[in-house]
Design a protein. Structure first.
Lengths: 83, 257
């Protein structure tokens, strides 16, 4: 009964191997993060008076995606650890 | 001209991704990841032009990005080993950070968001009261997916707090707090209707058209009350009452739920 975690998301996450999730949806999120970070560094290197606002716009998604990336990596590492 | 209205195209693609969610969440995640990058890159690119910076359609772009971000986080953040109730908190935490970043970036203050205004109209009170029966109906239409030990007070309290923070507060801040006022600057009162439609679309993942339709109507009512009272507190408390009624009251009132 929530918009973020709903039946479709739960069915997908519980019914799919985490390897498959992390190499599709997870990889897409990591790729998006990479593009945003790349753009962020290019803008920062170029500088200019409007660079701060441009970077601010990118930062809307950068930190949340960094947290998401950390979660994906952490879960993959935990999978590799011996039981 | 095209640049001013590009937000509508991005929003349409994000809504289309929501339509795909019940069929293939992976496709939704791929589309939303791409939309997220394109929308924020567009916002940044538009900063080159002094004329575009003050343009409402450009300032709306970071708010539009919250929708695909919500979905990407909801699919990539959950830990399968944990109970879905904790997934809400995991997805909502980074999203709330994005809400704060968007508010700062678009110069929208707490008063415009509606948090700094105490509601004094009867409509806000009525909205909160009406949300409880609506929540019970929704709980009857779609039984709860959350496995909560209803006999343990601590578990119930923790679940209730997570639902309020992860669902009611996060959704109201994104849709009625940020998206609706920024869209209102671009298209006027029509923003209330459009925000409600987008909000209803995010519930298509519930795999119930009835639930999505009711939530669109709920979003419309919340949007109207925010526009009239200037306060977000009515929808915040109303949504909290709705979700708690759906999860905790519906199974008692409607045993079939």
């Amino acid at each position: 009964m929530t918009s973020s975690i709903n039946d479709s998301v739960i069915e997908y996450l519980l019914g799919t191997n985490y390897d498959a999730i992390s190499t599709t949806a997870g990889l897409a999120a990591v790729f998006a993060l990479t593009l945003l970070l790349l753009q962020r560094e290019m803008v920062r290197a170029h500088g200019g008076e409007r660079a701060a606002r441009w970077i601010g716009g990118l930062d809307v998604a950068v930190l949340p995606l960094v947290v998401s990336f950390g979660m994906i990596v952490l879960l993959r590492l935990l999978q590799l650890l011996p039981e | 001209m095209i640049e001013r209205h590009a937000w509508a195209a991005y929003l349409a693609v994000a809504v289309a991704a929501e339509v795909a969610l019940p069929f293939n969440p992976m496709v939704t995640a791929l589309i939303d990841s791409a939309v997220l990058v394109v929308v924020l890159s567009h916002f940044g690119w538009a900063q080159r032009s002094p004329l575009a910076i003050g343009e409402p359609g450009i300032r709306l772009l970071p708010a539009v990005a919250l929708l695909p971000l919500l979905r990407v986080l909801s699919i990539t953040m959950p830990v399968p080993e944990l109970s879905p109730i904790f997934w809400l908190a995991l997805a909502a935490g980074p999203l709330l950070f994005a809400v704060i970043s968007t508010a700062r970036l678009t110069d929208i203050d707490v008063r415009e968001i509606g948090i700094g205004v105490v509601p004094r109209d009867a409509w806000s009170g009525l909205l909160i009261a009406a949300s409880i029966p609506v929540g019970i109906v929704l709980g009857g239409l779609q039984p709860s997916f959350l496995s909560i030990d209803r006999d343990a007070a601590f578990a119930v309290g923790l679940a209730a707090a997570t639902l309020v923070a992860g669902s009611a507060i996060a959704e109201e801040l994104v849709f009625r707090g940020i998206l609706q006022p920024l869209m209102g600057r671009a298209i006027g009162p029509l923003a209330i209707l459009l925000t409600a439609v987008v909000y209803g679309a995010t519930y298509l993942g519930s795999q119930s058209l009835a639930v999505a339709g009711i939530m669109a109507l709920v979003g419309l009512a919340y949007g109207v009350v925010v526009a009239r009272s200037g306060s977000l507190w009515g929808p915040l408390l109303g949504h909290s009452a709705l979700i708690l009624a759906a999860i905790f009251l519906a199974p008692i009132v409607l045993p079939s739920a």
